[in-house]
Design a protein around this ligand. Structure first.
Ligand code: HEC
Ligand code: HEC
Length: 264
């Protein structure tokens, strides 16, 4: 499937004189041109991928550019092979930023960050309906990640055997540190790198499985928040009396691990 440049512009709804001349569009339309109008509109054309092939590619790519690069690059790389443009124009290296919880900060797991970007690219758009579908798929990936003993992916020739942990969180910090505790390895160890390479393989594979289901019109969210966290949200999230907490995460990872909730 090829998308011509003229086709992208038409689809993007660039409606000013001379827009089809591509590079000229920006100067003719001035400030009213959305940035990136030269790129095709979202979602970019997804075709069914082989989850195992993508997982193996993600594992290898992890050793080149880390988790966020690996998950996004493996999926986009397979699409570049099968579809060609626009995937061949994607600057794969940009996603390196998300490694180790964004620049080593230990915030959002980079494998999830890459998965969320790709999901939006392939299922989202500026339309509300597509946005909420992409968000629904993303949350399902995040909940699966928090609730599953990972990594589930094992390469043909692992460098080390890896301990699996359920981390209950989407944070790199929590994920890596719980694994360090379980494995008794340091986070700068080769064992930890192998574990995260396998984690990238796992997340890439799962993401492709969900995108394949979405393509077939069969996606259904399978991982809910724990019932306990859902109860917390009834009193603290949007629509509740207090509405003081934006979170669709497992609250108990951080709250009331030592002290109880205040008596109500
Ligand atoms: C029935 C409603 C209700 C539920 C369910 C509930 N909360 Fe609360 N929460 C409150 C109210 C009301 C307060 C304020 C209490 C106060 O100030 O004495 C509060 C206070 C808090 C605080 C501040 C605590 C502090 O020490 O000052 C946190 C954090 C919190 N809740 C988190 C949670 C989490 C996490 C859950 C789920 C495990 C949860 N809440 C479930 C109503 C609720
Ligand atoms: C990754 C850790 C983390 C998770 C997960 C998390 N929180 Fe928090 N939450 C915090 C921190 C840190 C604060 C700020 C605490 C403070 O100021 O003392 C906070 C503050 C709050 C407060 C305000 C507390 C106050 O003192 O008034 C509420 C209410 C709250 N969280 C509810 C929730 C609920 C409900 C969930 C789950 C849906 C949740 N949190 C998930 C870390 C977390």
């Amino acid at each position: 499937m090829q998308v011509s440049r003229r086709g992208w512009l038409k689809n993007a709804g660039v409606a000013c004189f001379g827009a089809a001349s591509g590079g000229l569009a920006a100067s003719l339309c001035g400030a009213s041109t959305p940035s990136g109008a030269g790129a095709p509109p979202l979602p970019w054309p997804y075709v069914k991928l082989d989850p195992d092939a993508v997982a193996a590619a993600a594992y290898e790519m992890h050793y080149k550019g880390g988790c966020c690069f690996a998950v996004s690059g493996s999926i986009i790389g397979e699409l570049a092979k099968k579809v060609g443009a626009p995937f061949t124009t994607w600057p794969t290296a940009v996603m390196t930023y998300g490694g180790a919880g964004v620049a080593g900060v230990g915030s959002l797991c980079g494998a999830l960050n890459g998965a969320a970007m790709v999901t939006f690219l392939l299922a989202g758009s500026s339309e509300k309906e597509k946005q909420s579908k992409a968000s629904e798929i993303t949350r399902d990936i995040f909940n699966w990640y928090a609730q599953t003993a990972l990594p589930t992916f094992r390469p043909a020739q692992p460098k080390f055997e890896t301990v699996k942990v359920i981390c209950r969180s989407n944070l790199c910090h929590v994920s890596v540190t719980k694994w360090c505790k379980a494995s008794k390895c340091k986070f700068s160890s080769k064992e930890r790198e192998e574990r995260c390479a396998c984690l990238s393989g796992s997340v890439a594979k799962h993401t492709v499985e969900l995108l394949n289901a979405h393509l077939a019109g069969e996606f259904k969210a399978a991982y809910k928040l724990p019932a306990e966290a859902q109860k917390c949200r009834d009193c603290h999230d949007k629509g509740s009396a207090r509405e003081d907490s934006r979170a669709q995460m497992d609250c108990g990872v951080c709250h009331f691990t030592k002290t109880p909730h205040p008596q109500l």
